[in-house]
Write a protein that binds this ligand. Structure first.
Ligand SMILES: Nc1ncnc2c1ncn2[C@@H]1O[C@H](COP(=O)(O)OP(=O)(O)OP(=O)(O)O)[C@@H](O)[C@H]1O
Ligand SMILES: [Mg+2]
Length: 265
């Protein structure tokens, strides 16, 4: 059957309120691997830290119109989109002002729907939109969960991983009830897996017990090349295509795309 000519992007929020678990690394590298398979992908950097923007080599001068302006309605989303060095991968960068957006938005009507409404006109331009969330369950993350069709949760293989995620799952449930009934849990990605550490194995086993096949088979190993890549402004797939971290993200992308095809079949 022919592809329908008018596509509408699948919108996926990459979220976990715990800091430093691999949200940004996953957003950048999954998006890059998807773009390499001819998908057109937009990353929205919704974190005032701007790590996705930096990690894609976009310097501050190129972030004049950014997700802050989109959130407060000063710019259309399409006007904040910039190209990256990677073909078919676009970015809405973040700006430092975004950290104040939460306070500004309090007085806005439908403040949880700002991003969803801003995205509506742009969905036909992309196959996937990945939203890189801040490490918090604040109004920015809430906007991402209202705008998204699915949530992807990176989980670092360490001791309190499951406790943190149960809070996120409750939040997803509340968002479903109040704003976005169709929101799905797309999947859980085990990150920074250290095969020399027995605890990593134990945590991975516990997470798989609890979430079953929602956990991707692909596990992202702890790999120093992954942590070096952002300082070069490159996804690890470009920085060192053959390292274990890059290979894992390529596998993850094919697993995600396969799951997507099954969901839509
Ligand atoms: N597989 C990996 N191997 C080694 N280092 C990694 C790996 N994944 C991420 N890192 C490093 O760990 C740190 C945290 O990762 P990242 O920024 O992706 O997490 P985050 O969840 O987005 O953090 P934040 O909550 O601050 O936004 C970064 O320095 C990153 O380079
Ligand atoms: Mg981040």
């Amino acid at each position: 059957m022919a592809e329908p000519s008018r596509k509408s992007a699948r919108v996926i929020a990459v979220a976990n309120q715990k800091g430093g678990v691999g949200k940004t690394t996953t957003a950048i590298n999954l998006a890059t691997a998807m773009a390499a398979t001819k998908k057109s992908v937009l990353i929205i950097d919704l974190d005032p830290q701007g790590n996705a923007s930096t990690g894609l080599g976009v310097d501050r001068g190129a972030r004049e119109v950014n997700s802050y302006h989109v959130m407060i309605g000063e710019a259309a989303l399409a006007d904040a989109v910039i190209e990256t060095a990677i073909p078919r991968l676009h970015l809405v960068p973040s700006g430092v002002d975004l950290s104040g957006a939460e306070i500004e938005l309090v007085t806005f009507e439908r403040r949880e729907h700002r991003l969803a409404e801003a995205l509506a006109g742009t969905l036909s331009a992309y196959d996937y939109v990945l939203i890189d969330c801040p490490p918090s369950l604040n109004l920015l993350t809430l906007n991402a969960l209202v705008a998204a069709q699915a949530v992807m949760v990176p989980l670092q293989c360490e001791f309190f991983a499951l406790e943190g995620v149960s809070h996120l799952i409750k939040t997803i449930e509340r968002v479903r009830q109040a704003f976005n009934p169709g929101l799905e849990l797309q999947g859980i990605i085990l990150t920074m897996f250290d095969k020399r550490n027995n605890l990593s194995d134990q945590v991975a086993a516990d997470v798989r017990d609890y979430f079953g096949d929602k956990v991707y088979k692909t596990v992202i190993p702890r790999n120093v090349r992954v942590s070096e890549a952002p300082s070069h402004g490159k996804p690890v797939l470009l920085y060192d295509m053959k390292c274990s971290g890059a290979e894992a993200y390529i596998h993850l992308a094919s697993e995600v795309l396969k799951r997507e095809r099954e969901l839509r079949a």
